[in-house]
Design a protein around this ligand. Structure first.
Ligand code: GAR
Length: 204
């Protein structure tokens, strides 16, 4: 089995990148792209010696035109897996269909609860006792698609969005590399809405 080629898209800090760089993913991060030239995560990528590119969504006449340009830019790196790591764009079918079954996202809530923005504030307002994060395959719905991995944290009585965010991020840093590794080891099977995780192969 050849090593998988991983492309990552970001829009901001790249707060999961250090964990992805550190982990044994069973694949190689070949490029990190962004829709924002000022994304801090691009500096982390360059420091790690990973190729980068930027496509500014504002330079395109439509979401579809931007998504097609993004697909073309990514395809130059022949990715087996495209990883959305804080890539804050609503994706059209142009993008989602191009990478169907090999496009994953991390989201800071226990999906299907709290898709979209401002997840920590919404969870606290609702009084939930558990919050968390989800890695999932991406389908056409906002933060939708078969779930690969989740992790939960307790919401304390005096929790605020500012205290909850780093608690959840610490869990993201654990489950994101884990999910990418499962993909790279060909251990994920999508069965309808569910993802089956196959056992690790025993190497001789
Ligand atoms: C992460 O917490 C991730 O779960 C979230 O953005 C953060 C990473 O962005 N993603 C979403 O909300 C996607 N719906 P950052 O690297 O800019 O901190």
């Amino acid at each position: 089995m050849s090593r998988k080629r991983i492309a990552i898209l970001i829009s901001g800090r790249g707060s999961n990148l250090p964990a992805l760089f550190r982990a044994d993913l069973g694949g190689d991060i070949v490029v990190i792209g962004s829709n924002k030239a000022e994304a801090k995560g691009l500096e982390l990528a360059r420091d790690a010696g990973v190729a980068t590119f930027v496509l500014n969504h504002k330079s395109f006449p439509s979401r579809e035109a931007f998504d097609q340009a993004m697909v073309d830019a990514l395809n130059q790196y022949r990715p087996d897996l495209v990883v959305l790591s804080g890539f804050m764009r609503i994706l059209t079918p142009v993008f989602v269909d191009a990478f169907a079954g090999r496009l994953i996202n991390i989201h800071p809530s226990l999906l299907p609860s709290y898709p979209g923005l401002d997840t920590h504030r919404k969870a606290i307002i609702d009084g939930v006792k558990l919050a968390g994060c989800t890695v999932h395959f991406v389908n056409g719905e906002l933060d939708g698609g078969p779930i690969i991995a989740q992790a939960a944290v307790h919401v304390d009585d005096d929790e605020t969005p500012e205290t909850l965010q780093p608690k959840v991020l610490a869990q993201e840093n654990q489950i994101f590399p884990y999910a990418v590794k499962l993909f790279c080891e060909d251990r994920l099977r999508i069965e309808g809405k569910r993802v089956r995780t196959l056992p690790a192969r025993i190497s001789s």
